[in-house]
Design a binder for this molecule. Structure first.
Ligand SMILES: Nc1ncnc2c1ncn2[C@@H]1O[C@H](COP(=O)(O)OP(=O)(O)OP(=O)(O)O)[C@@H](O)[C@H]1O
Length: 300
């Protein structure tokens, strides 16, 4: 079992923004989803785990080794797909992956050829291997990003907001690819897209304002809201009345009307219907302060 242990991690930028505020998490093998809105601190946490920046306080251990004291030992085992994945636009996918493989320490030419070809196959880019990466679509680029992250058989894979900007088909393809990565490595997936986590992650945490505000298994978290989520279609002009009277956690336009979700222990008024809670209901009830699930919010 691989283990990633984050203890009391804090980071304040020089402009005074506290991006991480005493984050503690234990992550084992499998896909771990880190969900949070823009500015929550996800990229700061991902970069810190990837040893690209140092925390002000706290430690991160991988396989019980302090990664900021021994960054080289972590980097040998790390695959990282950053949020903004820059590529050398004129180099072909094969050449670029081969170059990254050298940087990752895959020195033997035959090993490298095998790995690069296998990863291009796995990411469905083999047919395009001679094309310049700069001509790739967003989805192809992200698949290429995963191929480079998987070079050298990493034990810890960090993927930062990989599906932002992808169309539904590419997102789906990317999800399938991530789900193949395997259960024998630690994968931390940061995202603000709830479906990324509900589709892929058996364990998750919600990050908001630099703090972990909830963690657990998506299924259990959804279960703990069962019987407490209600929906109703309401005209737009009375929305503010509903916001005042009820704990509205989300509103969405649906066929020209506004569909609201609220949290309440009993049926609030005629016209509300009960709803099987989804992960979005968990997420929004936590972010709006209306969380009433059984699990205690993990304010670390
Ligand atoms: N280098 C920096 N200097 C100053 N402030 C920063 C820096 N990087 C991030 N921040 C601020 O720290 C907070 C957390 O940013 P971070 O990028 O980690 O969040 P995020 O959850 O990844 O959000 P996003 O999805 O928008 O990238 C934000 O308020 C951001 O403006």
């Amino acid at each position: 079992m691989n283990t990633l242990e984050i203890r009391n991690l804090s980071k304040t930028y020089t402009n005074g923004v506290k991006a991480l505020d005493s984050i503690s998490l234990s992550v084992g093998n499998g896909m771990f989803g880190l969900l949070g809105p823009n500015g929550a601190g996800k990229s700061t946490l991902m970069r810190t785990i990837a040893t690209l920046q140092e925390p002000d306080q706290g430690q991160v251990f991988f396989q019980k080794i302090d990664i900021h004291k021994n960054p080289q030992s972590l980097r040998r085992q790390l695959g990282y797909l950053p949020q903004d994945f820059g590529v050398y636009p004129k180099i072909s996918a094969y050449q670029l992956l081969d170059h990254f493989a050298v940087l990752k320490g895959v020195i033997n030419k035959k090993d490298r050829q095998e790995q690069v070809s296998a990863l291009l196959q796995q990411t469905n880019l083999y047919e395009k291997r001679k094309k310049a990466v700069g001509t790739f679509s967003g989805g192809m680029r992200q698949r290429f990003g995963i191929a480079q992250a998987l070079l050298g058989n990493p034990k810890l894979i960090i993927v930062d907001e990989p599906t932002a900007g992808l169309d539904p088909e590419e997102r789906n393809r990317f999800h399938n690819l991530l789900s193949e990565i395997g259960e024998n490595v630690v994968v931390v997936l940061s995202t603000h897209i709830v479906e990324d986590v509900s589709d892929l992650c058996p364990e998750m945490a919600i990050l908001s304002g630099g703090r972990i505000v909830l963690k657990g298994q998506p299924n259990k978290l959804m279960d703990s809201l069962r019987g407490r989520i209600w929906y109703k279609k309401v005209p737009k002009d009375v929305l503010s009345d509903y916001r005042e009277a009820f704990q509205v956690i989300s509103t969405r336009l649906f066929a020209g009307q506004t569909l609201i979700h609220i949290v309440a222990d009993t049926k609030p008024e005629p016209g509300f219907e009960p709803l099987q809670p989804g992960l979005e209901d968990v997420y929004f009830s936590v972010l709006t302060g209306a969380w009433s699930g059984e699990e205690v919010p993990a304010v670390c």
